[in-house]
Write a protein that binds this ligand. Structure first.
Ligand code: PMP
Length: 425
């Protein structure tokens, strides 16, 4: 593939940091460095690290590795962790074409860098409607227009994507007739945030083929991938990417810890290395101590141990959802409509009772009753009023599920009364 046309002028101006570019030679056998102005680690007060696991096990972090983690290191991450993750990608996704991997400070870090790389001022970018508010927030600060593609209980609708691309520029929701056809699709294929929706494999295949036809790059943001409740997991876009048009983002946030701030990008070298160029001029690298903390555990577990952990985590959320589902049925029937997700930690509810603006309702009525839900508006590319809200069941006890939904139903009932709408519960 020719990646040149996807890269913005801003990204093309990025060059390797002259000092960081030497970094990869630093750890070569026999190398004596008078180059990098690294602080001397002997002045750092930390002597070692022991990780205590909840099962009572302790892992003493290898002392040389720990010392290394205290210093500056490679932009693409600690090589041991990088290579462990590469093996994971091969085991799990078996990408059909050669790939490069780089670690970031959470997936948000590298995702925003990737999107920036593709945004030429005045460009249009394809996003799901609704989509992740954290990325919308970033994109709204960028010189681009967002083109929302309709979704349903199985995520992005291939026909809706095709219709927009085929009829461009007439289909452009901004009305700009001279705007080039979008070249990049940002999608959350599993347990989407905010809808909880997951694309079926057939849909992914259709969407991939459409992207081939119109030469679109796919930014696959998949932090909930390992929270799929059914087994085997639905295969990723990366796993069917015969062209090298997928840039895939994974995250430790939902499976090991969100505070370690570790995510990784997998895809064509020409794109991944460009993200590294960005990192070289911003946060320099992901945090060494976090990487060592993750690596020591992953290395001890091995990939099989990791998959076993994943089974436990996804079972945890599956059981939580089962509980939540009971209370949704009990409390929200007649007050809202929803689909039950097959992955992740969110349920997307359409409030009934004549609700047209969930933002107003949540901010003014629900908060007064001491219940929080996220108004759907914050996930909409065009930010219009909507009756939808996002609920998360990940961190709520059964008692609080019951009580929160009771309060929410009360809020909807009061709104229905104001609107003169009868609730059919
Ligand atoms: N993408 C999506 C869809 C998310 O929901 C999140 C976290 N809320 C992120 C990316 C960012 O995750 P991380 O913690 O890895 O930066």
């Amino acid at each position: 593939m020719d990646y040149q046309k996807f890269i913005s002028a801003k990204s093309q101006q990025r060059n390797p940091s002259p000092i960081r570019a030497l970094g990869k030679y630093m750890f070569e056998e026999g190398m004596i460095s008078l180059g990098a102005g690294h602080p001397n680690p002997s002045t750092f007060p930390y002597a070692g690290m022991v990780l205590k696991l909840k099962n009572g096990e302790e892992i003493e972090v290898d002392s040389a590795l720990f010392q290394r983690s205290l210093s500056y290191d490679l932009t693409s991450g600690l090589p041991q962790l990088n290579s462990w993750l590469r093996q994971l990608q091969t085991l799990e996704h078996n990408p059909p074409v050669d790939f490069t991997l780089s670690i970031g400070s959470g997936s948000q870090d590298i995702l925003s860098k990737a999107l920036e790389m593709f945004i030429e001022p005045g460009a249009a970018l394809l996003v799901e409607d609704p989509t992740y508010a954290g990325i919308l927030n970033f994109l709204k600060s960028q010189p681009c227009d967002l083109v929302g593609i309709a979704t349903d209980a199985h995520g992005l609708i291939p026909e809706a994507l095709e219709k927009i691309l085929k009829n461009w520029p007439e289909s452009n929701p901004t009305g700009k007739k001279d705007q080039p056809r979008p070249q990049v699709l940002y999608t959350i294929p599993c347990g989407g945030n905010p809808t909880g929706a997951s694309a079926t494999f057939e849909r992914k295949q259709k969407i991939y083929e459409i992207c081939r036809t119109y030469d679109i790059l796919i930014v696959e943001d998949d932090p909930y991938y390992y929270l799929q409740f059914a087994s085997p997991r639905i295969a990723s876009y990366l796993s069917i990417d015969v062209d090298g048009r997928v840039l895939r983002f994974d995250s430790m946030s939902k499976i090991l810890s969100s505070g370690v701030r570790l995510g990784w990008v997998t895809g064509p070298a020409a794109l991944v290395e460009r993200i590294d160029l960005h990192t070289m001029s911003t946060n320099l690298q992901p945090a060494g101590v976090s990487q060592v903390m993750a690596y020591e555990l992953l290395n001890k577990w091995g990939h099989e141990g990791f998959f076993e952990h994943i089974r436990q985590v996804s079972n945890f959320y599956r059981e939580k959802l089962e509980e939540f589902r009971k209370y949704l049925d009990k409390r929200m029937t007649g007050y809202a409509e929803w689909s039950i997700p097959e992955c992740g930690m969110f349920v997307w509810l359409k409030l009934l009772g004549g609700v047209t603006d969930s933002f107003e309702l949540i901010m003014n009525q629900a908060l007064k009753k001491k219940v929080i839900a996220v108004p759907g508006m914050v996930f909409l590319p065009a930010g219009e009023k909507t009756p939808y809200i996002r609920l998360s069941f990940s961190n709520v006890s059964p008692e609080n599920m019951n009580e929160a939904l009771r309060r929410l139903a009360e809020v909807v009932q009061e709104e229905a009364d104001r609107n003169g709408v009868a609730i059919q519960s």
